[in-house]
Design a protein around this ligand. Structure first.
Ligand SMILES: CC(C)(COP(=O)(O)OP(=O)(O)OC[C@H]1O[C@@H](n2cnc3c(N)ncnc32)[C@H](O)[C@@H]1OP(=O)(O)O)[C@@H](O)C(=O)NCCC(=O)NCCS
Length: 149
């Protein structure tokens, strides 16, 4: 069964905190950080979830700031047991559908082959690197997507 992709609701918050912990371990966002994300849903955040009874994935977008037409993908993850089944692609498809006519940027660790593979498949291109950006000295890769017409 393919999960439904839908906007997050406030009652998803506890489940998202647990899923984020499962996906990112010590780099997970805290309960407070997730509460901030939910507080900003009416302002500049979009949180989409992949729901198959339980939540199995999510994507968080930062919408354009004043005078800028750039959306940022802040986070995307799929529960480890269901990776490589197309859910990340489903989430990114739904996210990019909300970004028509805009530029989308994201930042990813240079060693994160699964995420980079996903992004490249959608036409994201590397535009720069931040040397030693992450703990342990790992580079951040900045990638950009623009809708092709
Ligand atoms: C990145 C992530 C969201 C991908 O989700 P997913 O559901 O596994 O992705 P999909 O099954 O839709 O894969 C789509 C494409 O991405 C690429 N891809 C996904 N996983 C890959 C891997 N391990 N190695 C290489 N390419 C990969 C492939 O091109 C794949 O297409 P294919 O399966 O037809 O070859 C998932 O691996 C994840 O949650 N990682 C941990 C969290 C994370 O690092 N997030 C990104 C930074 S915020």
């Amino acid at each position: 069964m393919r999960p439904a992709i839908r906007a997050a609701r406030s009652d998803d918050q506890a489940e998202l905190v647990a899923l984020d912990e499962l996906c990112f371990g010590p780099a997970a966002w805290s309960t407070g950080a997730w509460a901030d994300e939910f507080d900003r849903l009416s302002e500049d955040r979009v949180v989409l979830v992949a729901d198959e009874g339980a939540l199995v994935g999510y994507v968080v977008l930062l919408l354009p700031q004043v005078a800028l037409d750039v959306v940022e993908v802040l986070r995307i993850a799929v529960t480890p047991a269901e990776r490589r089944t197309g859910i990340g692609g489903q989430l990114l498809t739904a996210a990019l559908a909300r970004c028509a006519g805009r530029t989308v940027l994201l930042e990813v660790a240079a060693s994160n082959e699964s995420a980079i593979g996903l992004y490249r498949g959608f036409g994201f291109e590397e535009i720069s690197r931040r040397s030693g950006y992450y703990g342990g000295g790992e580079d951040a890769v900045i990638m950009r997507w623009r809708e092709t017409v």
